[in-house]
Ligand binder design. Structure first.
Ligand SMILES: *Cc1c(COP(=O)(O)O)cnc(C)c1O
Length: 415
């Protein structure tokens, strides 16, 4: 994308778009929820389908002129079914949060009880945080990970479910580096007669590629994002069995959304098609190997990983044992100066605050897309550790910055 047409009519926006492309090329995106889509996905997302009103579903729209919208949405649905093996798929949620809201409104009444992981332990705002609409509509109880092991406390979840008697248990997380035992949570949900919503937003691609066990066929509802480990452009998706299909579809539209973003659904179709291709499984496997290599490098420098490692695409570093006076925000800001972009994150047993937490979270999906393998990830780990040791040392930051420039230049993203 060269933005030539935008430049002619709107140089200010063109400058920002070009700046963002250069930023992505020149820096290392290690926000665990970010990735880089293909030019094909971006082209589909910028198509004329942005002009089309397609309220309803393929074959049953409220407006005329939807034949190509039907084609595109049909392709996205068929490909998603093939990727995740779900009986029913809704590709219309504008985001992962909308997908969750749709499922919750499909199965709950205001005042019902939600049991989900605490945000500071790796949960998500849309799982019932007081600032989110789910937190305002529903009674929310939280389970936690074990402070010592950093792993989900399945027994604690089971105990809490028996006392809280939830209507839905939400699993699936934003900052959890370990494999999730979906069946164990389902067993608890069955025992207390609750629905189970598995939100695989972060690991949608890992699940599609078989790099993480799938909750499809176990949990009643599975939601995901389409822009994280699967590179299909920004949006959400819902999967369920036929029994719940009508409830889910009407909860999305007309329940919480109007016209679907058909241009984004075209991006989803293209991205899902790419993920069905022969290279995606190798990509997802490399994402996991890269996270492991990154974690090893950080540990070699004395940094402490929550749960002692990772099975997935991300590592969570607890700075307190090795650097008790350094906060996640200190490290995030210093790293950003060098061109490594990641985020400060709360850790289990957080002793600071959500705004200035004690950890950092780093993911490998985006760097793997641009061709990084284990050797480069270990180098990145070395660079991160140097900055953690000396976040205020300008000469260290300058050296790290030069190394980041070299790594980015030898793995270009968009020409
Ligand atoms: C990222 C994420 C979502 C979706 O986020 P959106 O920004 O709304 O697309 C939902 N759940 C979890 C667990 C997430 O990590």
């Amino acid at each position: 994308m060269t933005y030539e047409t935008v430049r002619e009519t709107d140089p200010a926006v063109a400058d920002a778009l070009t700046g963002e492309r250069e930023r992505q090329n020149d820096t290392l995106a290690m926000i665990a929820s970010e990735n880089h889509v293909s030019e094909a996905v971006m082209e589909a997302q910028s198509s004329e389908l942005t002009n089309n009103y397609a309220e309803g579903y393929p074959g049953g729209r409220y407006y005329g002129g939807c034949e190509y919208a039907d084609d595109v949405e049909g392709l996205a649905i068929e490909r998603a079914k093939e990727l995740w093996g779900a009986e029913h798929v809704n590709v219309q949620p504008h985001s992962g949060s909308q997908a969750n809201m749709a499922v919750l409104t499909a199965i709950l009444e205001p005042g019902d009880t939600v049991l989900s992981l605490d945000l500071t332990h790796g949960g998500h705002l849309s799982h019932g945080h007081p600032a989110n609409v789910a937190g305002k509509l529903y009674d929310v109880e939280h389970y936690e990970v074990d402070d010592e092991t950093g792993r989900l406390d399945y027994a604690g979840l089971d105990d809490l479910a028996r006392s809280a008697d939830p209507d839905v248990i939400i699993s699936g997380f934003s900052a959890y580096p370990r494999t999730v035992d979906w069946a164990a949570i389902q067993e608890t949900a069955d025992d207390v007669d609750a629905h189970h919503l598995a939100d695989i937003a972060h690991i949608t691609g890992l699940v599609a590629a078989g790099e993480h066990p799938s909750p499809v066929g176990i949990a009643d509802f599975v939601t995901g994002s389409t822009h994280k480990t699967i590179r299909a452009g920004r949006g959400g998706i819902i999967m369920c069995d036929e029994e719940h299909a009508d409830d889910v579809d009407s909860a999305v539209f007309p329940g919480i959304q109007g016209g679907p973003l058909m241009h984004n659904i075209a991006g989803k179709a293209v991205g899902f098609g790419e993920a069905l291709g022969p290279e995606f499984e190798a990509y997802a496997a490399q994402v996991v190997r890269n996270a492991d290599a990154l974690g090893d490098a950080l540990e070699m420098h004395g940094l402490s990983l929550v749960s002692g490692g990772t099975d997935t695409h991300l590592v969570l570093v607890d700075l307190r044992p090795s650097h008790p006076d350094t906060t996640g925000k200190d490290v995030e800001a210093a790293l950003e100066e060098t061109g490594i972009v990641l985020n400060a994150n709360t850790v289990p047993g957080e002793t600071r605050s959500a705004f200035n937490p004690s950890g950092i979270r780093a993911g490998t999906p985006a760097l793997t897309t641009r061709g990084f393998e284990e050797a480069e990830m270990r180098e990145v780990g070395d660079l991160i550790a140097r900055v953690v040791d000396a976040p205020e040392d300008e000469s260290v930051l300058a050296e790290v910055s030069a190394a980041v420039d070299d790594l980015a230049a030898s793995n270009p993203l968009y020409e």
